[in-house]
Each structure stands twice: as C-alpha cells, then as structure tokens.
Design a protein around this ligand. Sequence first.
Ligand code: C5P
Length: 224
Amino acid sequence: MAIPIITIDGPSGTGKGTLAARLARLLGWHMLDSGALYRVVGYVARHRQVALDQADQLSDIARSLALEFRLACDSVQILVNDEDVTEKIRSEIAGSDASEVAAIPAVREALLVYQRECLRPPGLVADGRDMGTVVFTTAALKIFLTASPEVRAQRRYKQLKQKGIDVNLARLSEDIAARDRRDEQRTVSPLRPASDAIILDTTALNIASVEEAVKVLAQEHGWL
Ligand code: C5P
C-alpha cells in the first residue's frame, strides 16, 4: 500500500511550518521541511563565496546535503560540518538567498531525489512551495495555505521580535513581497496550488483553527 502523504504549500508567513510540525506529531508521521534544504544550500554557498547564479557549484552543494553535511530527514537541529545552523538559516538574508538558489533548475533537480527519499512509513507531512505540484504529485491530501500580505508580514515580524531580532515592518513587507514574486514567477516549479489542492485562507484564522480544519480532513482519510 502507498505510504500516505500530506503536502502543505503556500507563500511565507502562512503558518505552513507550524501546521506541518503539529500534524506530524499528531499523526506520528515523518516531516519534511523542504525550505530548510534550499536555505542550507544558500547558506553553504555564501559561506564558500559561491555566487548565487553558479548553477554547477550550487547543484554540487545540493547533492552533497546528506553525505557531506549529514542532513537527515526529520531534522530539527541542522548541522553543517558540525556547525549548528538551525537558527542561522532562519534569517531574512538566508530566506532571500534560498529563494535565489531555488530558481535554479539543477538545484531543484538535485534536491528532488533527496526529498523523495524522506518518504517513509508510516507517512509524511511535507511543507514547501511545490510539494503538491512537483515532488509528491500523488499525495492524497494537498493543502495550500494563503493569507493577506499584511497579515503574513505581521506574523513574520512577531516571530522575529520574539527571537530578539530587530526588524523594520515596512522593510520586512518589501522583502517578503520580493521573495513571493520570485517564487511565483520562476520558470521551474513556480509557487501555485496543485489543481487538486484544498485552499485554506488563514488571514482570519489562528493556528489552532487551521489545525482543526486539517484534522477533520485527515479523519476523513481514515488517518486519525
Ligand atoms: O519555506 P521557507 O521560507 O523556509 O523557504 C525558503 C525559500 O526556499 C522560499 O522562499 C522558496 O524560494 C524556496 N523553496 C522552494 N521550494 C520549496 C521550499 C522552499 O522553492 N519546496
């Protein structure tokens, strides 16, 4: 029998990561935070002074995630050559670098293999931008989260403030908009809902209500 998969896609600040983590815990399934992979590729590139348009070198970095950097599926703590980069890859710069390397077809191709290897019993909750449209097209449940740009910027602002990171809301809104534009307009795997995705607008919802809605869908599939 096929291993069940829930995909959660959408732009930044919609609560994908939080929802994916909660669902994975609830179901006892594995979790794939695909954005972290693009963030690590961007981080290593910057560290090695590889320009973000060097497709060959960037795809070499992407291919060596598992072996060289020992990045494992379900990673909560991310180590790059023994350096703990879990928090560092969450910065706005790392997000922007990630979206640049993510526009390179060879990088996406290299990460595709790695992402599919994360599909293991009893099931997988995968979050990102193209989980439902490219990586796991046969997933039985595909969720696409949206929210107004203002609310997404506010959520991200609050998140960064809580971490003690000083940010300017207007700048942050601009950065998020630029990243969304790049993700939506790139030629490979652009950000868009799969034709069979369920679209949930989270603008006026808190995380508990979103989780509740998806829990009902998981129950309908007999997973809960
Ligand atoms: O989800 P997160 O904000 O960590 O993703 C960082 C960037 O990585 C996104 O802006 C996007 O450009 C890229 N990404 C992607 N495909 C995915 C996950 C992330 O292109 N499946």
